[in-house]
Design a protein around this ligand. Structure first.
Ligand code: ADP
Length: 494
């Protein structure tokens, strides 16, 4: 472990800055690069190759060839499984370097990256390795003298677009099921955080992944991302990001070749503290539900609904907890909160905080930037928040907790569901009847009861309503990357 208080020095060199196409690191066809910045200071970490349509064409051609002619989809499933397990082993071996790269590029606490996210990344690939040799179809009892079966086949070339809040975990949620089912991939990383994906993809090639199976394009959304979403030779698209961009990529998919699209989009998740709550525990969990990862979680519990009986005590304690939150250099031991990912997010969050103040919500603590450089925001708590305020409606994606008061269960159900989103919800109660009522009434893809943000590899994740289409992780994620072929042969001697 690091000596307390001493920041760990980030990796002095960045191992990879080029695009990864057909198993080789290459420059962008245009020769252009873009800067990726250190959110602690705004200083340049590296110049990274800027992929665009021509690079996407090259990468899709490589993935197409690897799918149509290469060994990957044709390997015995057990061979694919062995390679995926080896990928996980190599990631374990380089755990700390990968975590440092992730912290440097994204700003998240190093301890979180090194002890939770990189190990979880390896765990996800072991989970998917486990599926690789357990995918098979059915024998179907049809009317008539026929032998009927289904083949579960890989869908082909998968295009995948990921965001910057969990660069490695989003990579694993997308790449894991696609590889386990025998597909080939072109993945576009987020322009804010291109570095860790290039590192792990190189390890995957060391583990024996054949060339062309996993191609990585760094670059921007409207150029590289749009080229991937509208590509005629991409058979499936998986996207995680904002609801606004989700609409764009779904349209690009439909306008091009009608590729199926899975979407994991925004949220405005309720966290409901019922009247029987142990207030100290509820405060701690609600704090974690909102502030985890600098508040940059699509499923953040960003509407904290508190029953009127415990409201005043809750607000006092939530304020005290947020004031105690340790903010600072994410490479330091014991730091709970690092900087936001970039200046755009930083400015957007401060704008929402101003709007909360202007609308008459009570600013309990925080409200300003933290320190004088980088993109740090003070842990902020608003009480007296009303449903029609922007801070209660929009996804802020920052360390801003909004506390709302409620009187009874039916009311809080209605208010919780009165949003275009439906990603997740937290419920805090000891009463099983209250819990069961809420579990069934909330129109969301995940309900965490007396816990929050549990992201086991086997648990499906995804949204109702405008939070998305489809599920990632777990058994449900496999069907995103499989075609079902019905095969019928006549039976001579039924
Ligand atoms: P955020 O606001 O959190 O950055 P975005 O939805 O803009 O969320 O970004 C998520 C991912 O989508 C990133 O990889 C980004 O580059 C990509 N993206 C943004 N705009 C487009 C677009 N028009 N077409 C395809 N991908 C896009």
């Amino acid at each position: 472990a690091a000596a307390a208080e001493e920041p760990i020095t980030p990796p002095v060199t960045v191992p990879h800055t080029q695009l990864l196409i057909n198993g080789k690191f290459v420059d962008a066809a245009s020769g252009r690069t873009f800067q990726t910045l250190d959110p602690r200071t705004g200083e340049v970490i590296a110049n990274v190759a800027e992929g665009d349509a021509e690079d996407v064409n090259r990468a899709v051609a490589a993935a197409r060839k690897a799918f149509d002619e290469g060994p990957w989809p044709r390997l015995p499933a057990f061979e694919r499984q062995k390679i995926l397990l080896k990928c996980a082993d190599l990631v374990d071996k380089h755990n700390d370097e990968i975590a440092a790269l992730e912290t440097w590029d994204n700003g998240k606490p190093y301890e979180q990256a090194a002890k939770v996210e990189v190990p979880m990344f390896a765990r996800l690939f072991r989970y998917y390795a486990g599926w690789a040799d357990k995918i098979h179809g059915l024998t179907v009892p049809a009317d008539g003298p026929y032998h009927v079966q289904t083949l579960h086949e890989p869908i082909g070339v998968a295009g995948q677009i990921i965001p910057w809040n969990f660069p490695l975990l989003m990579f694993a949620w997308k790449v894991g099921p696609a590889l386990a089912t025998g597909n080939t991939i072109v993945l576009k990383t987020a322009e804010q955080t291109p570095l860790s994906a290039l590192y792990v993809a190189r390890l995957f090639h060391e583990a024996g992944l054949p060339e062309g199976v996993l191609n990585i394009i760094s670059g921007f959304g409207p150029t590289a991302g749009a080229a991937l979403a509208s590509h005629m030779d991409v058979d499936k698209l998986a996207f995680t990001g904002s609801t606004e961009t989700g609409k764009i990529v779904l349209e690009l998919g439909a306008k091009s070749n009608l590729k199926p699209v899975t979407l994991e989009l925004g949220g405005k998740s309720p966290f409901i503290v019922c009247e029987d709550a142990d207030v100290d525990q509820a405060v701690e969990l609600a704090h974690f539900a909102l502030f985890f990862n600098q508040g940059q979680c699509c499923c953040a519990g960003s509407r904290t609904f508190v029953h009127e009986k415990v409201y005043d005590e809750f607000v006092e304690k939530a304020k005290a907890r947020a004031s105690r939150r340790s903010v600072g250099d994410p490479f330091k031991a014991g730091i709970e909160q690092g900087p936001q990912v970039d200046s755009e997010q930083f400015e957007k969050i401060l704008k929402y905080i101003r709007s909360g103040v202007e609308c008459g919500a009570t600013l309990e603590t925080g409200g300003e930037r933290y320190g004088s450089k980088g993109y740090y925001v003070q842990p902020t708590v608003f009480s007296n928040v009303k449903d029609d305020m922007l801070i209660a409606k929009d996804e802020i994606f920052g360390p801003v907790q909004s506390i709302l008061k409620f009187k009874d269960l039916n009311e809080v159900i209605k208010r919780s569901n009165a949003t275009r989103y439906g990603l997740a919800a937290g419920v805090f109660t000891q009463n099983i009847d209250t819990a069961n009522t809420l579990i069934r009434a909330l129109r969301v893809g995940t309900v965490w009861v007396n816990t929050f943000d549990i992201f086991d590899a086997a648990i499906p994740f995804g949204g109702y309503k405008m939070s998305g289409h489809g599920r990632e992780k777990g058994i449900y994620s496999l069907s995103n990357y499989l075609q079902v072929k019905a095969v019928v042969t006549p039976l001579k001697n039924p």
